[in-house]
Design a protein around this ligand. Structure first.
Ligand SMILES: Nc1ncnc2c1ncn2[C@@H]1O[C@H](COP(=O)(O)OP(=O)(O)OP(=O)(O)O)[C@@H](O)[C@H]1O
Length: 462
């Protein structure tokens, strides 16, 4: 059934077996200035494509008959330059991910926001979203598989993580990466970027945790000259810097409620406004977020916006703590030993079985980062090319953390992750509480309270 197709408007074919969805999309797209055609099945949609010029197809994934997948495959072979957005019900994300591999430009989960749909259609039709070469016409070689050995990915949990990375990386889907500090969340983000069609674009990391709250807004959104006292010239924000590439919002759990609102608006509309500016700039970048906090618990207690949480966690990846994947320790250790021996201009140091056993028995509260540092020091302290138990300087663990660490599989509670964040900030600030408060973007009164609450002996540590 064809609807008003007035030229020179761009024409969008919508395919869905649900009449109410067709109506909603027709209303939205028409209000956005597009002409629409609609079809109740993939077969009908293909017939329309034979007869009418179309600029973009939006199709449901699951429909009786050949379905969205069949439609997509046909379009990919017969009209490789026609962009397709797949619509998918929540819970069928793997199908959608596969569809992007088959050649769809993008996918959206239902229910979706009309404004977001218009923004995506706009960026595809205006050419800011690249349409990749159609795999069914001429299969592209694609990035080589991740070298899992380099990652110490022997454990089942890391294997599953790699499988997920390989599926999700080539799409534009937003990913929330969860895991304790030092597990490798930033590394995972980098691999996702490197394996995406944005690999030649920038990879921009925003450390929301250590950027003082007052600075974060201008860091992220940029500003125009004169918008506040120190704004002596126009400045592009990091979101703008990530155009064409990937933006990693690291430590997303630490942002203020105002920033949560601003970020949500950006994620919905994909536009930003620099501080003090009136004009909106549209941004095409993929967004990844990482956190060691339990965002779901924060949503429950009201300190993190639920709508932002759902926007971020389209796909969630969990990087497991090292104590839960001890099988990975030997390969990671070997990798670090080789790298640090080389960096120190020494032949590769050998680690004794006793020393390796100590590494296997330790519970690694600082995860891979801690292992890396211990091996770096161990290589320097080793004698005669051999690393012995006494060359390994492991931290005696704080009681509550040690208990939590031993409880395999137990997620860190919010209090424990908060305590760690505070310890990290204090360490970074040489145990000066007011500096750590600035790092965390909290008041001095708040840090005094928390130091007391968690029984941190600042004077002893200093
Ligand atoms: N699988 C790995 N192989 C080699 N090095 C790794 C691996 N995982 C993590 N690392 C190293 O460990 C350190 C910590 O990793 P990364 O910064 O990605 O962790 P993170 O989870 O983002 O930490 P944080 O939450 O503190 O920011 C880095 O030096 C990184 O290079």
């Amino acid at each position: 059934m064809a609807r008003a197709a007035a030229t020179p408007k761009r024409t969008i074919l919508v395919v869905d077996d649900d009449e109410s969805i067709l109506e909603v999309l027709d209303a939205r797209l028409s209000a956005g200035g597009y002409a629409t055609l609609s079809a109740r099945s993939a077969e009908k949609g293909l017939e329309l494509l034979e007869r009418t010029p179309v600029d973009l197809v939006i199709s449901d994934m699951r429909m009786p008959g050949m379905g969205g997948k069949g439609l997509l495959e046909k379009v990919a072979t017969e009209r490789p330059n026609l962009p397709v957005i797949m619509l998918t019900a929540y819970g069928t994300i793997p199908d959608a991910v596969a569809s992007v591999k088959t050649g769809a430009v993008d996918y959206m989960t239902k229910p979706f926001e009309g404004e977001e749909l218009l923004a995506r259609v706009g960026s595809i039709l205006n050419g800011s979203v690249r349409i990749s070469a159609q795999p069914s016409a001429r299969p592209a070689p694609g990035p080589a598989p991740v070298d899992r050995r380099l990652w110490g990915g022997k454990s089942q949990s890391m294997k599953r993580l790699f499988d997920l990375i390989e599926k999700v990386a080539p799409t534009d889907v937003t990913v929330l990466i969860n895991g304790e500090s030092g597990t490798g969340k930033e590394k995972v983000s980098r691999i996702i970027h490197e394996r995406s069609h944005r690999a030649s674009g920038p990879f921009v990391v925003v450390d929301c945790g250590s950027t003082p709250a007052g600075l974060l807004e201008s860091e992220l959104f940029g500003h125009v000259k004169g918008s506040f006292t120190h704004a002596v010239r126009d400045k592009r924000g990091l979101i703008e810097e990530a155009s064409g590439g990937t933006l990693l919002l690291d430590e997303i759990g630490n942002i203020s409620s105002e920033m949560q609102t601003r970020l949500l608006r950006f994620l919905q509309e994909r536009t930003i406004r620099r501080i003090g500016d009136t004009k909106e700039i549209s941004i095409d970048c993929r967004v990844l977020a990482a956190t060691n906090a339990d965002l779901q618990a924060m949503v429950k207690e009201g300190s993190f916006r639920e709508d932002l949480y759902f926007r971020l966690k389209v796909i969630t990846m969990v990087v497991p703590p090292l104590r839960e994947r001890k099988e990975d320790i030997p390969a990671l250790t070997q990798r670090f030993v080789e790298a640090f021996s080389k960096a120190n201009g020494m032949p590769t140091v050998t680690i004794t079985d006793e020393a390796m056993q100590i590494l296997m028995d330790y519970s690694w509260p600082g995860n891979v980062r801690e292992l890396k540092h211990v091996i770096e020091a161990g290589v320097v302290l080793s004698s005669g090319g051999i690393m012995q138990p006494e060359d390994l300087h492991l931290e005696p663990m704080d009681e509550p953390i040690a208990a939590a660490a031993q409880e395999a599989g137990a997620a860190l509670s919010l209090d424990e992750s908060e305590k760690r964040a505070i310890l990290r900030a204090l360490e970074q600030s040489n145990w000066v509480q007011k500096d750590a408060a600035d790092v965390l973007g909290i008041s001095r009164r708040a840090i005094h309270y928390k130091v007391k609450k968690y029984g941190i002996d600042v004077h002893r540590r200093r």
